[in-house]
Design a protein around this ligand. Structure first.
Ligand code: 5AD
Ligand code: SF4
Length: 485
């Protein structure tokens, strides 16, 4: 399951890493991030590896000494979007060159991995093409570009040395909510998905390395950590005393870190939900009662063609067991409509599964053929207008479920981690345990803290609430007061 929670959109760097004022001395680094949280994390780590050689993040491409496009290839015309962005950057690079300044242009991430040589050929303004597994070597690549007569660099290997060992221990703080990649790559080969080709084979970081990074993040102010991986619950890292830990065991160890109030993980495969993980949902208070568990389709025929290796009923059973362990668990999922060969009846099975499970929120996409994946070659592609109709129908149902879920929390008091300023003066925005975004009016000094909030109203974009008296003992306590989830 790729960690893509909102499609290929462009995101900035995490708040605490937001560009500093121009010091006049440092070289300016502009990173544009597309796609998933793993890319957001990777962008932040690229900034970390470039900091020792004098690069400082800035928020505008104008005047940048180095530009990195960190790309995503999961759906729809990703490569074309990158090439058109490169057209704009080429003009800026030429303007800079006319003024005697150099701009280094790098393309990173999954489009870079997939395009490789082709990108150097098609976009002469690009100096560096690097895959998701090689960004720890960026300083070396930049040095090669700057060397007298220096050339262009293509580095899309899947290196033997794990990049995490080579990254600097110290990472710039990410704020009250931070990401921590614990696993990368995927061996599942769903027939629609590029991830096994662009991110490579599954790899889990050693547990001690993760615990250390988590302790550092907490010391730097993190109250919530989201564990990331393309297939995060396939995690099987070396345990501190030898042997191996799965995700459930790792979460239990992380839950003991003082000051770490919230743990989340994304994104998961149903087949990798094991007893230990279910037990963690029951026992670890810090593990938030929200789970993104993609199912993709409710039709067994389509699931089999997708090579998902589970049926709709297997998924229903897993959800049932998770809910036995954590009755207030809110679920999210990914769905693909119009997979090759999907009939009206198959689609109805998806709608039935959505009604059976009930989601707090979900992401749904039209199937998009990805070059090099088996499903792209299937002859029975579904016409675009059928995909669009099915998507609209599914999204109506999911939106209705989300509305009901949000309305079910009105009147409840929940702990909310206040993360950022809202658009209105005096407004702060945070997250409920169930990932709902909650707007409150509150003093700035509450930013980065967890406060009890009584939900006053459900809005199209989340919840409006009021900071209230004593904090509820747990997320569960919060919902019991007034919900019908
Ligand atoms: N077409 C449409 N959606 C896709 N996804 C992955 N590959 C494709 C594709 N070829 C969706 C899946 C996955 C999410 C990250 O993106 O639902 O879980
Ligand atoms: Fe997820 Fe399947 Fe893609 Fe792996 S191949 S990242 S399990 S969708």
């Amino acid at each position: 399951m790729a960690v893509c929670l909102s499609g290929p959109v462009c995101r900035g760097l995490p708040v605490a890493r937001m560009p500093r004022q121009d010091s006049g001395l440092a070289k300016k680094l502009f990173i544009k991030t597309y796609g998933c949280q793993m890319n957001v994390y990777d962008s932040a780590r690229m900034a970390d590896v470039l900091a020792p050689i004098g690069y400082e993040p800035v928020s505008s491409v104008e005047g940048a000494d180095m530009v990195i496009l960190n790309t995503c290839h999961i759906r729809e015309k990703a490569a074309e979007k990158v090439y058109s962005e490169l057209g704009r950057i080429r003009r800026l690079k030429e303007e800079r060159a006319a003024g005697g300044d150099r701009m280094v242009v790098a393309v990173a991430g999954c489009v870079a991995q997939a395009e490789g040589e082709e990108m150097l050929r098609r976009a002469p303004c690009v100096d560096i093409v690097l895959g998701p597994q090689t960004y720890h070597r960026l300083p070396e690549m930049v040095a090669r570009v700057h060397r007298a007569g220096g050339g262009r660099v293509l580095d899309t290997d899947f290196p033997v040395e794990p990049k995490f060992d080579a990254l600097p221990g110290e990472a710039a703080p990410q704020g009250a909510t931070s990401f921590l990649t614990i696993q990368e790559g995927c061996d599942k080969f769903c027939t629609f998905c590029v991830v096994p080709y662009t991110r490579g084979a599954e790899f889990s970081r050693p547990a001690e390395q993760i615990l250390e990074e988590a302790r550092r993040q907490v010391a730097a102010g993190a109250r919530e950590i989201t564990l990331l991986g393309q297939n995060v619950n396939a995690y099987h890292g070396v345990a501190p005393g030898g042997g191996e830990w799965g995700l459930g065991r790792l979460i239990r160890a992380l839950a003991e870190i003082e000051g770490l109030s919230r743990i989340r993980y994304t994104t998961s495969h149903p087949n990798d939900v094991d007893e230990e993980l279910i037990a963690a949902h029951r026992d670890a208070d810090a593990l938030m009662p929200y789970l993104h568990l993609p199912v993709q389709s409710g039709s067994d025929r389509v699931l089999s063609a997708m090579n998902r290796r589970h049926r709709g009923d297997d998924y229903r059973r897993i959800v049932e067991r998770l809910r036995e362990a954590r009755p207030d668990l809110a679920l999210s999922s990914d769905f693909i409509v119009g997979f090759p060969g999907e009939t009206d009846r198959d689609f109805e099975e998806t709608m039935r599964l959505v009604r059976d499970v009930g989601y707090a929120q979900a992401y749904s996409f039209k199937y998009s053929p990805r070059p090099g994946t088996p499903a792209a070659l299937q002859p029975n592609q579904v016409p675009e207008e059928v995909k669009a109709e099915r998507l609209a129908e599914l999204q109506n149902l999911l939106a209705e479920q989300q509305r009901r879920f949000n309305e079910g929390t009105v009147g409840a008091t929940m702990p909310v981690l206040l993360e950022r300023h809202g658009r209105l003066p005096g407004q702060l925005v945070g997250r409920s345990p169930y990932m709902q975004s909650v707007h409150v009016t509150a003093d700035d000094d509450l930013l980065g803290t967890i406060v009890p909030v009584t939900v006053v109203r459900a809005t199209p974009n989340g919840l409006a609430g009021r900071v209230s008296g004593a904090a509820p003992a747990s997320a569960q306590a919060g919902l019991r007061e007034g919900s019908a989830v």
